[in-house]
Design a protein around this ligand. Sequence first.
Ligand code: 13P
Ligand code: SF4
Length: 319
Amino acid sequence: AEQKQALKERIKALLKQRNAVLVAHYYTDGDLQELAEETGGCVADSLEMARFGSRQEAQTLVVCGVRFMGETAKILNPEKRILMPDLNATCSLDEGCPADEFSEFCDQHPDHTVVVYANTSARVKARSDWVVTSGIALPIIEHLAARGEKILWAPDKHLGHYVQRMTGADMLLWNGSCVVHEEFKSVALERIRRLHPDAAVLVHPESPEDVIEQADVVGSTTALINAVVEMENSEFIVATDGGIFHKMKQLAPNKKLIAAPTAGEGATCESCAHCPWMGMNALQNLAEVLENQNNEILIDPDIREQAVKPIQRMLDFAQ
Ligand code: 13P
Ligand code: SF4
């Protein structure tokens, strides 16, 4: 514990020295989330992370999360230095949507508006008309559908199907998924619900359809955290990465939080669901990256110029 405290103090001093700000996702380690908040940075969902980065004066942003989050920060703030504790922190959605194959798919459907999830590479974003996050996917697709646009959606098929069911939009879907949320099991969830009949079920929309169907609230990490605070229930079953419990406990210490099961027998451990790439962010490599100022995110300027348009469109829409 002493060592941990010393590491935290060193990180705080380095943040000042480097005039750097920490931006962390809700799935990262609780210590990192606390550090971000204590030092004037932020902990947020991917939409707010993008927004926060754009409002910062600091010349250096350290993004604790996965690579696409660092890339989005760089695309929006090309003049800033964007560092990450580990540049290998990827995302199965990003990995499952290679830019060349995706571009061919788009070429085959030129009459479709291309909407991509933020969990994609800069090159995939550069090929799109709109970028969306889970927090804003529904209203943007509703808006496009109301204009009669046909949509090509990538990469998350579960979120895509969910949006399609909710809006009735004409959507062609790429076949990608999140390895973390895909593991939630509907039969085991039914069992846990029977054991906790008064619990509200909170589900991230990257989960399979038969899990989403059982939800009382479907939404982004921010929406799920807000639900725990705002709903009157005293128990919640949560189907998303276990990293989210840190914030939920902090804001609603008296509520009982139950991790949705990822295994058939309905285990309830909070470590069941955890993104291995989010887990690559730790105090040690955060301190190192601040010390050495390595692990910088760089984006080809031509790609950046294309990729910023669909992201900016999302942020303008969100206002
Ligand atoms: P949010 O935008 O809801 O924070 O989701 C990001 C993510 O990677 C979920 O797995
Ligand atoms: Fe990607 Fe899933 Fe990890 Fe989120 S939880 S970063 S979608 S692999």
